[in-house]
Design a protein around this ligand. Sequence first.
Ligand code: DC
Length: 236
Amino acid sequence: MEDHCSLTIAIDGPAGSGKSTVARALADSLGIFYLDTGSLYRTWTWLVLHLGISPTSEDQVLDALQAHSIDLQISRDRELIIGIDGRRMGPELRSPEVTTCVPQLAVHSRVREIITDWQRQLAVGRKMVVDGRDIGTVVFPEADVKIFLTADVHERAERRLQEMNRHGHMSSFSEVKKALVERDLVDSTRSISPLRVADGAIVIDTTNRDVKTVVDTILIEIKMLRKRTARDCLDF
Ligand code: DC
């Protein structure tokens, strides 16, 4: 076995493409850590909104982090625990207000640099599945496995609505679909780290495919990679 087995499986894709569900299921099946990078952008957005600051002002957004502390810990059962000034964050990160404002915060280059740094620190010496928008392109361009998930916009909106309902946030299908299309546009056209397929990524369309089928496809990729390389870290 390699001494320090670090391994990164990057999963990118637009909202509702199934990233978080697939990434979590994959991490569980491999027994490794799952990092939901959207939650980092959501945490900072929650803080900014809580302070009454506009997420469009990069200077004020950065000042908020000077005056308050965001603490990231990984629990024994491989869960990311996020605290702001000692307060543990939970479903409030998925509120419609945060969801609407997070792309405004995510366009700032300094903010992205800081969050990229957090992600790289969390990865040191770890095996993990990481999901986001720029994981295979910017944060971990050397990731061992790169996946890009897509799905039909109608199905993505349906999944997003169900997820919001599960978290107790009610909305209509048409509102969710409209917000999703707008968010896709901001995420994929911003000048810094836009959402795009990373070099070497395997593109999987998850429309009409269940989670198990998608996870099994990725597990086959990992097995093939193990055969092609001598990396013990890929033994599961
Ligand atoms: O995956 P999510 O819906 O929780 O992401 C929330 C927002 O955060 C999304 O609109 C774009 C931003 N984001 C990003 O810019 N880069 C990432 N790696 C993850 C999320």
